[in-house]
Structures are given as structure tokens and as C-alpha cells.
Design a protein around this ligand. Sequence first.
Ligand SMILES: Cc1cc2nc3c(=O)[nH]c(=O)nc-3n(C[C@H](O)[C@H](O)[C@H](O)COP(=O)(O)OP(=O)(O)OC[C@H]3O[C@@H](n4cnc5c(N)ncnc54)[C@H](O)[C@@H]3O)c2cc1C
Length: 458
Amino acid sequence: MAEQAGSYDVVIVGLGPAGSSLARLLSGSSLRVLGIDMVDWDGVWGKPCGDAIGKHHFEETGLPEPRGEEVKQRVEGIDIISPSEKHVLTVRGEGYVIDRNKLGTRYIREAEQGGVEVKLNTQAIAPIIENGKVAGVRAVDRKTGKHLIFRANVVVDATGNSGVLRRKLPRDWPANEPLKPVDANIAYREIVELDYEIERPEYLRIYLNQKIAPGGYWWFFPEGITRANIGLGVQGGRGYPRPNVIYREVLARRPEVRVTRVLNASGSLVPTRRPANTLAWHGFIGIGDNGYTVNPVHGGGMGYAMYAAFMARKAILEAHEAGDFSAKGLWSVNTGYMRTLGAKQAALDVFRIFLQNLSDDDIEYGIKHGIMKAEDAYETSVTGELHANLSLLDKVATVLKTLGRPSLLPKLAIVARYMKRVREHYLSYPDSPEGLQKWVSEVEGIYREYKGSLGINW
Ligand SMILES: Cc1cc2nc3c(=O)[nH]c(=O)nc-3n(C[C@H](O)[C@H](O)[C@H](O)COP(=O)(O)OP(=O)(O)OC[C@H]3O[C@@H](n4cnc5c(N)ncnc54)[C@H](O)[C@@H]3O)c2cc1C
């Protein structure tokens, strides 16, 4: 027999970067907020990660920046290394490699101090659906085995990939949108102690090499001068070898990976697609990996999860004010997210599909001949536009032709065109749920056309 364990305005399920940011952002409000997570304190923000995050995400959301022991390494930029490793594109930008557990614990503690109730060791099992809306959550106390029922006006699924609630929504609800394996990376990383001192630890290193990390990349993120987070992501659904196997057979044999001790080794899935068609439905919001709010090109999801939380906070406060927790009442989480970061993310998804189809030769060539320069890479990753590269197209046209690579040019033009189209489509995201179905069929049409014009059949 399940116990009625309380009634709230908001129940946040999952206190990773998305859920704990939302809890922190809602603290101090007049709302009754409960946050639950299946893990204990030592498992907070425990998903394996490269742990790297740009400073701008904190500025955009007002969430506190990491400090003291929460910072493992201050970052000044990223070296993007070509397949031959002869050419490097250095992209400057401030950020951190963080201790996720420490920063996450602080966010949750500060949320508690601001009036949010927190229950760890509490595992959600399913949403409660009544009268066509989500009305609460069924959960189990992992210590006592007791079954619990939490009722709420709005339930937030921030359970990451597991999507415990989203997946159990009725199939005809647009918020229940499955993730295709080709739209995800399977990623694996080890945090290691090295037997040498790292030079320039304030620069992250990303190695583009389709043979080592097909449809992804491998990384070396310093954590001080003798520790590093080393890992790789591999596109799913294409039959590629598993990343932990590649790590053992290829990366572990590299000269940079001379390890004296492995501190943590683990892997997981990263969604690398455009944002979910809708982050909200009746009584429901899904944010973070759960709402596919990850940068499709570099797979960074923490900052986007925080931004989705920022938009969710606004939508929840508005819905509370209006007493309307329907999809319509919560819709501003969609308009707020999709017309800003979501539009950029969708454009980057178009770029991601192109990158996953390139050969090492193409990538080498692009970096070597400056088709993609540092400022363009930055511009593209910040705005989701291929402006700078487009202006370069004329200049590179002749070079591409004379160097026997004419096929790249029309492809780049196609990519730039579809990045713009998808971005504009996201910028005109519908004002209310009534417009969603039409908008979704249009975006799906744009993708079909795009993949067709590049000859991609996955
Ligand atoms: C190997 C790897 C490297 C990565 N590198 C980076 C990087 O360098 N930078 C970056 O920004 N991103 C990176 N990412 C992505 C990043 O880890 C995620 O985008 C981010 O953690 C998403 O946060 P989230 O809160 O949405 O989900 P999660 O971090 O997955 O948190 C979900 C929370 O929900 C809880 N939960 C799950 N199920 C239940 C349940 N049934 N009941 C209650 N609680 C539940 C979990 O315990 C967890 O606390 C990487 C991912 C991987 C796999």
C-alpha cells in the first residue's frame, strides 16, 4: 500500500545539473517545492562526464559559479587537433573542469536553505496521470522499501537519459518522444593520475579522429598538472565498437595516457540531437538530457541543462500565477528555450550530422586549409550560424577545385543553408500547443530533405 507522502506545487525528479539547478533557482520563492533523487549524497551529479563547462552558462542563468574545491581546473581555451595531429585549432574561452559532486551538493544544500524539501534515496517509478494531466509521482524509498505518492501541480522530469517519467507518458502525448540511437553518443571516460606533468593544463584538448572515435571525438581534459579526464564518444546505432573497448585498445596505449592510477572509470549515453519537440505538456516539464538539451556538436550538456532549468523556473512561476498548469500554461519553457539556445542547438545538430559524415581526410583538409578557423568555430558554436564560413566559401572554392576536392564545397553550402533554415524554424517556434503538430511535421520535413541532399540514410 503506497503512502500519501505530500502535496506540492512542484516535484522535481532527479537532482543532477538540470534538477538541482531548477531547485536552486526556485528556492526562496513562495512555491512548495520537493526535489527527489535515487542516489545518496555521494552519488549527487554522479553521471560520468568530461566535467568541463563554459563560464558563460553561469552568467546566463545567474547560478553560482564553482569556487574552491569545486574547481578542478580553470580553463582558458580548447585545442582542437586534426586527425594527423599536425594541425591545431585553438579556440579561446573561459571555463572550468569541475568537481561535479561538490558543486551539485552545494546547489542542493542552498536549495534546501531556500525552502526546497529534498529527499535522496528516493526513486521515482512512474508518473501519476489523472484527467489527462500529470498529477504526481509514484516513488519508492530505497532505504525502507516503502512506496510513496507525491502529488503536484507540475512534475519535472530531470532524470537524464533514463527519462523515467517522460517514457511513461501516454504515447500520443508529444512530450513522449523517443531518442534514436544515431542521435546519441555512447561515451566513456577515465579520471586518471599520470606519471608526468601536463603542459598548459588550462587548455582542454579535443582530438578529431574518426578511426579512434567514429561519429564523435576523444578528449584529454587536464585536472591540474598530474590528473586528467580522458575519454571518447562514439555515435550510436551505427555498429561502431564500444568506447570502453576503444579506450582500452587504442587510447590506453597512447603516450599521453601513461597512468599510475585510475580514480574513476565509467560510461553513459549522451543525446546529441536538436531539443525535444516540446519540453512541456499537461502538468509536466522535461529538462536536461531528458529534454535532449545538449550541444549536439561537443556533447556538453551541463550548461544547457542549467539554461533549460532557468526557462522552466520562469514557466512554472507564470503557470502558478495564472493557476494554469496545462501545456498552454507551461508553454513559455518552450518559447523561452527554443527561440534562444534551442535554435542554436538545432542548427548545430544540422552541423553535427554533416561532421559525422566526414572522413578524416576531409577534417584534416578543413583544419589545415583554414576552411574552419578558430574564430569561425567559436562563432558557429555560439550562434549556430555558419556565417563566417559562408563568407569563406567563395575564397575556398578555387582552392577546393584545384586541390581535387570539389565535392566539399557544395556540401558546405547545403549545410550552411539548412543550418539557417532549421534555426529560423526554431525561432518561429509556435506560440501555443495548437501550433505544435504543424511545426513538428515541418521540422521533420526539413531534416528529411537535408539528409536526402547529403545522401545520408541513417
Ligand atoms: C562520458 C561523458 C562525458 C561528458 N562530458 C561532458 C562535459 O565535459 N561537459 C558537459 O557539460 N557535459 C558532458 N556530458 C553530458 C553531461 O554529463 C549531461 O548532459 C548532464 O549530466 C545532464 O544533466 P541532467 O541533470 O539532465 O542529467 P543527469 O546528470 O543524468 O542527472 C539525472 C539525475 O536523475 C537521477 N535519477 C535518474 N533516475 C531516477 C529515478 N528513477 N528516480 C529519482 N532520480 C533519478 C540520477 O540519479 C541523477 O542524479 C558528458 C556525458 C558523458 C556520458
